[in-house]
Ligand binder design. Structure first.
Ligand SMILES: *[C@@H]1O[C@H](CO)[C@@H](O)[C@H](O)[C@H]1NC(C)=O
Length: 129
């Protein structure tokens, strides 16, 4: 009994002194990895043709942040969907300026209205509520 108590105390002491520095560095590493994964979460899919057909662009990034479409996908999108749980808006102008057009995951927008069809150049997604 006495031996067990002594061993327990020794183990507890060793555990405390060894554990102290280790979690600090591993916590830092973990949070950086999560942040990187979070900022590359797919949020929006845009297609060149109506009805979700032809060339597809998937936009990843931070919720609530505006992104300009890559040059090879500007002024060509005709349909789009938000990923599950999000609501996305696209703009004719860059930097999400002016009037936007919004859609969700289901049904998405299989045919953008004329005023923004083949004209979108920026996008932003938020949590759908
Ligand atoms: C996309 O639309 C163009 C023009 O309307 C058409 O020629 C082409 O076949 C379509 N492609 C697909 C994969 O739907």
């Amino acid at each position: 009994m006495q031996l067990i108590n002594t061993l327990t105390i020794l183990l507890a002491a060793a555990g405390t002194s060894l554990a102290a520095p280790a979690p600090t560095s591993s916590t830092t590493t973990t949070s950086i990895q999560i942040e990187e994964r979070g900022s590359s979460t797919p949020l929006i899919d845009l297609w060149k043709n109506k009805s979700f057909l032809d060339l597809k662009f998937t936009g990843s990034g931070t919720l609530g942040t505006c992104f300009d479409l890559p040059s090879n996908f500007q002024n060509i999108a005709s349909s789009g969907k938000a990923r599950a749980g999000f609501r996305c808006t696209i703009w004719v102008k860059k930097n999400c300026q002016g009037t936007g057009f919004s859609f969700n995951e289901k049904p998405g927008s299989k045919s953008f209205p004329d005023w923004i069809d083949d004209k979108a150049s920026s996008w932003k997604c938020v949590k759908d509520e």
